[in-house]
Design a protein around this ligand. Structure first.
Ligand code: BGC
Ligand code: BGC
Length: 849
């Protein structure tokens, strides 16, 4: 369906019939609270410490140890418990920090002071001072311990407005330049100080094996060599070098190696998954970065959400204590990941002695900090958590704080570098980022040496990525999921298009820009910039590696190629993808990853504006020849990529033409539907050919990855099984808004015949504990009517499953479905929904008549 038809359908899609109450089956999905809390997870992995290497970590400092003894002798039990807990700034106030004496605060990817998911340096500093001052308030304690503030500065300090956004790690891996990496880390630390942050949750030293995983781009390489070489240097850049004067001194921050360990070892493409590999493989492929990071003195290690051999890292005494601390000698502290402790069997977000007993030292309890504080205090009092374990955790946290000199520091806004305009996107930072972009580009195809381009040409630039910095910056940029911000949100950046324009100036070339790529202007060459839209974590998981163009139709490439105009593709992505049709329709093809805010680096190399600007990037991830299933990595059976690990062309190579490549992706018709068309919305995203639209009056807005609103109807995110995998539908005054899931293609066949009846199933809850009448409809037409409507009463604040027979919402015939589900309301209020799908009818649910 084209854009125009879609508008017509949706704008008219308001229901007219009166809602009736219907009976639905209701199954409570939440697991029951465990009767007794076991001290340790019942099962743990068995490890062989002798398999692990001997490494040398920086020695303890006796002066610091003595100081810890002194501080701990003055701390109350309550203070100690507070020290091991970290809450999110969106869910706690400075007063809370003072009252509970919390050890740390974090700001998640979309948490920032004010209404936006990011903030200015002034706003961050004001908040940092408030938490700091609360933490050092001596009222009621013998000794007050300053708080440390952690944030995800994972490719520059991208939640800080105006900061330098570097290429994502996948691009940095392609540079294979450890010196560059250390400089980037050093600059990132400086920008963190500008905004008053002490600690970054970086580096990610995953070694991702399955590119279907949504976090592939957070890894430097699928092989351990680059990861290990970089881990050391990035830790040095962030923290300084142990033993040297500036170690954790001014301009340095605390680093966190994550996610320990084998987060990239899951081979089914799912985030937070399970690595089913041998201990040797875990050591050889996934732990190498930890060895060098620990030797470099990394102060904190973040436990992974994932499991090894079915055991959650957050609950593994073998991995957190026996290996990391006892065998490898880690003396810093282990921080959890976002409520990751709550996923340990027998645990909840607010109660999990198992994690602490396994070796976790600080709970990352964004919104659950108060509950986990209370339960942890109780568990220490009754001996479920031995006092020695709590003391050890507190000692480790104080060790890091003392190494960082926290007791000698001024309030965040008073520190050297704080609020320093000249340190925010400095000339040095921008030049470094631009260099990183140049070095990260991997030239995959350059038939007839079409590149480099000369600057006296008429260049037609097409594609949605050319002038959209947010798209080029990827996930973890301004917000958790990234995307969705226009270029004015990047005051210190430059789009790829702007870079091309500058490059053309000296030669007197001409630039024509047509993002859609339908212009028939006479041009000497076409540069097409397109690729994946940003995502983060599980939201980025895909079923296969087939590239699906989103906001740009790559069919247009062919039109130019057929006219004999050479096409240069600049491909933006968080992973290698199967792009053979696009490769065939391009004369040159550049993998540009997600380069960040210095788009000019792309033109530097395309036009070779300086003789030394050649392509030096080499693939740190193999590029797939097929799209289906797990794609083996070097050394694995069946390794047969299109471009092998280490591949990349340079000017002057005299490489033979690539020529046409096979357009058989290995996917079947069914696969191409992204799995099962019965899946509508799950794991936080719409599936297959379904898209989400918010409709309000005549307006419609596509469902965004963060919050979306139209009129007084707003859709935000809710946590169902993982973070942000559900939606909160909030009807403000007026309440006509409706969320419609709609097919963006032809009508979809959900089921073959009328006698395979299906139920529409979804999870829902009423977040405020009230009651809400949720109106569910299907197949809404252009005349505004939906083919059927049912009203469901959602009255529990626990997630429950609801079933509505397809026949009740006008979907008796499931062979031609345009709108599989629409949710609206006739009253103000809110409902959370998740996991919307069809399944064969059980016969239990009926239409209300
Ligand atoms: C991610 C971590 C991140 C943390 C804090 C988690 O969901 O897995 O990488 O550091 O959130 O934002
Ligand atoms: C992310 C956070 C993010 C949160 C939103 C987490 O998984 O790591 O940074 O803000 O989810 O719920």
């Amino acid at each position: 369906m084209g854009g125009a038809a879609c508008v017509a359908l949706l704008s008219a899609c308001a229901h007219t019939s009166e809602p009736e109450e219907v009976q639905v089956t209701e199954t409570v999905i939440e697991t029951v609270e465990p009767v007794s809390t076991p001290l340790m997870t019942e099962t743990d992995v068995t490890v062989t410490p002798s398999l692990w290497p001997d490494i040398t970590v920086p020695a303890l400092d006796p002066a610091i140890e003595a100081r810890i003894d002194d501080i701990m002798s003055k701390m109350t039990l309550e203070q100690k418990v507070g020290q091991v807990i970290q809450g999110d700034t969106d869910s706690l106030t400075p007063e809370d920090v003072k009252k509970y004496r919390l050890g740390s605060v974090l700001s998640g990817g979309s948490s920032a002071p004010g209404d936006e998911p990011f903030a200015s340096k002034e706003a961050w500093l004001e908040a940092a001072d408030a938490y700091w001052n609360a933490s050092i308030d001596p009222e009621g304690v013998e000794i007050a311990i300053p708080v440390i503030w952690g944030i995800d500065a994972v490719h520059g300090h991208a939640n800080l407005f105006g900061a330098t956004v570097f290429p994502h790690n996948i691009g940095l891996g392609a540079t294979n330049d450890p010196d560059l990496i250390e400089d980037i880390a050093r600059i990132t630390a400086q920008e963190l100080i500008v905004s008053g942050h002490d600690w970054t949750f970086a580096p990610t030293i995953a070694t991702p094996q399955d590119d279907r995983w949504g976090r592939t781009y957070e890894g430097y390489s699928e092989r351990p060599e680059i990861v290990a070489a970089y881990a050391e240097r990035i830790v040095h850049g962030l923290q300084g070098v142990p033993g040297q004067e500036d170690f954790l001194g001014n301009g340095r921050v605390i680093s966190s190696a994550k996610h320990y360990v084998a987060d990239g070892g899951t081979k089914d493409g799912h985030d937070q998954g399970n690595a089913e590999i041998s201990e040797q493989e875990l050591i050889d492929i996934h732990a190498q970065g930890y060895f060098t990071a620990l030797e470099a003195g990394v102060q904190t290690v973040m436990s992974s959400f994932s499991s090894w051999d079915g055991v959650k890292m957050h609950g593994s005494h073998a991995m957190l204590t026996e290996i990391l601390k006892d065998r490898l000698g880690f003396t810093g502290f282990v921080v959890g990941d976002w409520n990751g402790h709550g996923q340990v069997p027998g645990c909840t977000n607010t109660d999990c002695p198992q994690s602490m007993n396994a070796g976790l030292d600080m709970y990352m309890a964004p919104d659950s900090w108060k509950g986990i504080y209370e339960s942890t205090l109780r568990h220490v009092q009754n001996g479920d958590i031995p006092m020695e374990r709590l003391d050890d955790a507190v000692r480790r946290i104080l060790r890091v704080k003392l190494a960082y000199g926290i007791f000698d520091k001024a309030a965040p806004s008073e520190r050297p570098g704080a609020n320093e305009e000249s340190l925010l996107a400095s000339d040095e930072a921008r030049a470094l980022a631009r260099r990183a972009v140049r070095e990260s580009l991997v030239l995959l195809k350059n038939d007839d040496n079409i590149l480099p381009l000369s600057t006296d040409k008429t260049v037609l630039v097409i594609g949605d990525g050319a002038d959209t910095i947010a798209k080029a910056a990827g996930g973890w940029t301004l917000s958790w999921q990234g995307g969705g911000y226009d270029n004015s949100y990047f005051p210190n950046g430059e789009s790829i298009l702007e870079g091309i324009e500058e490059a053309l100036l000296p030669g007197g070339g001409k630039l024509i820009f047509d993002p859609e790529g339908t212009s028939d202007a006479k041009a000497d060459v076409v540069i097409a910039v397109y690729g994946e839209n940003p995502y983060a974590e599980g939201v980025g998981d895909v079923n296969n590696l087939d590239f699906r163009p989103n906001d740009f139709d790559t069919e247009h490439l062919k039109t130019y190629k057929d006219k004999g105009i050479p096409v240069v593709s600049v491909f933006l992505s968080g992973r290698p993808l199967w792009v053979n049709p696009e490769l065939n329709d391009s004369d040159a093809f550049v993998a540009a990853w997600w380069p960040g805010t210095e788009g000019g680096g792309v033109a530097d190399v395309l036009f070779q504006t300086e003789p030394e600007y050649n392509f030096t990037g080499r693939l740190s991830f193999s590029w797939p020849a097929k799209a289906k299933g797990y794609q083996p990595n070097p050394g694995e059976a069946g390794y047969d990529p299109l471009f092998a690990y280490g591949y990349g062309l340079s000017y002057g190579d005299d490489a033979p033409n690539l020529g046409p490549v096979s357009e058989d992706s290995g996917l079947t018709e069914e696969d191409l539907k992204d799995g099962d068309p019965r899946e509508i919305f799950s794991s936080g995203k719409t599936r297959g050919s379904w898209s989400g639209m918010l409709v309000y009056g005549g307006d419609y807005v596509p469902l965004q990855q963060g919050a979306t609103e139209v009129g007084s109807f707003e859709v935000g995110r809710a946590d169902y099984k993982i973070q942000e995998d559900g939606l909160v539908l909030n009807w403000g005054p007026g309440s006509q808004g409706r969320l419609v899931f709609v097919s963006m293609g032809l009508p979809v066949k959900i089921s073959g015949s009328a006698d395979t009846a299906m139920d529409l199933i979804f999870a829902a809850k009423q977040p405020d504990g009230g009651r809400h009448q949720l109106v569910v409809s299907g197949n809404c037409q252009q005349n505004g009517e939906c083919a059927g409507t049912e009203t469901v009463t959602v009255s529990s604040d626990e997630w429950a499953e609801y079933r509505v027979p397809g026949a009740c919402i006008g979907l008796a015939d499931l062979s031609m479905v345009m709108v599989p589900a629409a949710f609206s309301s006739d009253e103000a209020g809110s409902v959370a929904i998740a996991d919307v799908h069809f399944a064969p009818a059980t016969g239990d649910a009926e239409c209300a008549e």
